[in-house]
Design a protein around this ligand. Sequence first.
Ligand code: SF4
Length: 151
Amino acid sequence: MQGKRPVIVSACLLGFSCRYDGGTKPLSEEVIERLKRGHLLIPVCPEQLGGLPTPRPKMEINQGDGKEVLKGTAQVIDENGKDTSQALLRGAYQVARYAKEHEIVLAIMKDGSPSCGVYTIRRRGAPVEGMGVTVTLLKRQGVKVISEEDL
Ligand code: SF4
């Protein structure tokens, strides 16, 4: 890894077209270049890792946030009313396992997402305070998680 510190990054922030609508939300080239100087950027999309297709219906956590989904007291429901909690949990555990195996201590995740939200998720289309499922699990394992807003 050429002495660079590995950092997990939401794949859509690195230009991968993995968002629910098939789009991407890339960081600016300047920010990506700056990050690359000291870090090895590892793109992950927990929702694709969990087996969901792209594009896919929009999803929201129906109450609380990622903590409740991990406890089993809230669900992730897509816009067609389908419960996709298991897929998001599968993706979250894969990312968390990878972070543990590679001793990753920092992640940069896309805010607002039911998987990657750091400070906010969305409910009925509007931002509310809370963390996504993957971010909750990473933090629980001691990984520092920041969002694109912190760069
Ligand atoms: S799950 Fe995360 S990485 Fe994948 S598209 Fe949503 S915000 Fe981006």
